[in-house]
Ligand binder design. Structure first.
Ligand SMILES: [Zn+2]
Ligand SMILES: [Zn+2]
Length: 359
């Protein structure tokens, strides 16, 4: 039913040829049947999962995409190089796309909106040609560093070095289980933030999108499951806003802060954390828009249904009337949406400014 609403342009279809390496790496996981699974390789798998996930969440996401803390050029370079070992392309590509996700969340410009289906948001958006290149105007603050452009252009160095290291340290089992298994797991772990974090869990804050907080997703993503918190206050280096909201990426950043390797870690003031709650009646623009889009798509799909036999003419007449009412309603809703969006934006800004002033 839902598929009626999904329209794909040719460049949004999976490119099976350029996606061969992606599928080949998945298949290569089965080589463990031949190499066996040594204890050493399993430990390598866990360590490489946790470390590389951290480089993605603390580096690619919270630093390069959101600049939620500051650091020097050496650590900045290490964050970029470490992140590139997770085989998710370079930091500029990653951050440029991610900034667009926040800018256009759940609208047409959202590169991996789950409104276009689970698989599209999980892997489809990466395997199609559409997002091969990123809009580098989005990341001019990063592109000015030659060492970051170097990592971007040579994003194969870290993964290959790591793969060779795994082979030398753990043999074939080290390569397959230590490197390849953990690579695939980090991929899908990261992808669930795009595919599930706007679907699974609860909404604490009224935001302009459908982001949710999920303790479950936070477990395997090092704290990125508090995605509704994150959309509400993207500037924060901490995504679990309360002590019970498990956020290992943040714990790691705190330790680096104590070691003076990073500084100016931004966190939301208590007033901001207390404001904007759906529970307290803040207008939930994001869910309103999502429900409206679904209803409009269902109506459009009903209109395209087959109309055989003698009642076709009567049906056509009815459809014309429905169409006219729908057009009128859509016009009305579009203008209401604009006003509501403006209102929601103003109230969010007011809450934030009040919070920032009073903390
Ligand atoms: Zn983000
Ligand atoms: Zn999101």
């Amino acid at each position: 039913m839902r598929n009626h609403a999904i329209e794909r342009s040719p460049e949004e279809r999976i490119n099976w040829v350029t996606s061969i390496p992606f599928f080949a790496v998945h298949l290569a996981c089965l080589a463990a049947l031949v190499t066996g699974v040594s204890a050493r390789a399993l430990v390598m798998c866990v360590v490489l999962y946790v470390t590389r996930m951290w480089f993605i969440t603390a580096g690619y996401h919270r630093y390069f995409s959101h600049r939620s803390y500051r650091t020097g050029r050496v650590v900045q370079f290490l964050l970029a190089f470490g992140g590139s070992s997770a085989v998710q392309k370079g930091p500029l590509w990653w951050a440029a796309h991610h900034r667009d996700h926040h800018r256009y969340a759940d609208s047409e410009g959202d590169i991996h909106s789950p409104q276009k289906g689970f698989w599209w948001s999980h892997v489809g958006w990466i395997l199609s040609d559409k997002n091969n290149t990123a809009n580098l105007d989005n990341v001019r603050d990063l592109a000015k560093y030659p060492e970051l452009r170097f990592v971007e252009d040579h994003d194969w160095i870290a993964p290959w070095a790591l793969a060779i290291g795994c082979f030398l340290y753990g043999g074939w089992s080290g390569l397959v289980v230590g490197f390849i298994w953990s690579t695939v797991l980090v991929w899908h772990g990261t992808f669930t933030v795009n595919s599930l974090a706007h679907v699974l869990g609860r909404r604490r804050y009224a935001t302009n999108d459908t982001s949710r907080n999920s303790a479950l997703i936070a477990v395997w993503t090092g704290g990125e499951g508090w995605h509704n918190n994150h959309h509400y206050f993207q500037a924060s280096a901490r995504q679990g806003f309360f002590w019970w909201e498990y956020d290992p990426t943040w714990y790691g950043l705190k330790v680096l802060g104590w070691l003076h390797l990073v500084h100016d870690l931004k966190t939301p003031p208590a007033r901001v954390r207390a404001a904007g709650r759906v529970r307290d009646g803040s207008f939930d623009m994001g869910m309103f828009k999502a429900h409206w889009a679904k209803a409009a798509a269902a109506l459009a799909a009903a209109r395209h249904g087959a109309a055989p036999g003698e009642i076709a003419a009567r049906r056509e007449h009815m459809e014309d009337r429905i169409h006219a009412s729908r057009a009128a309603l859509e016009g009305y809703v579009a203008s209401s949406l604009r006003s509501a969006e403006e209102l929601a934006k103003l109230s969010r800004r007011q809450a934030r400014e009040l919070g920032l002033r009073e903390s």
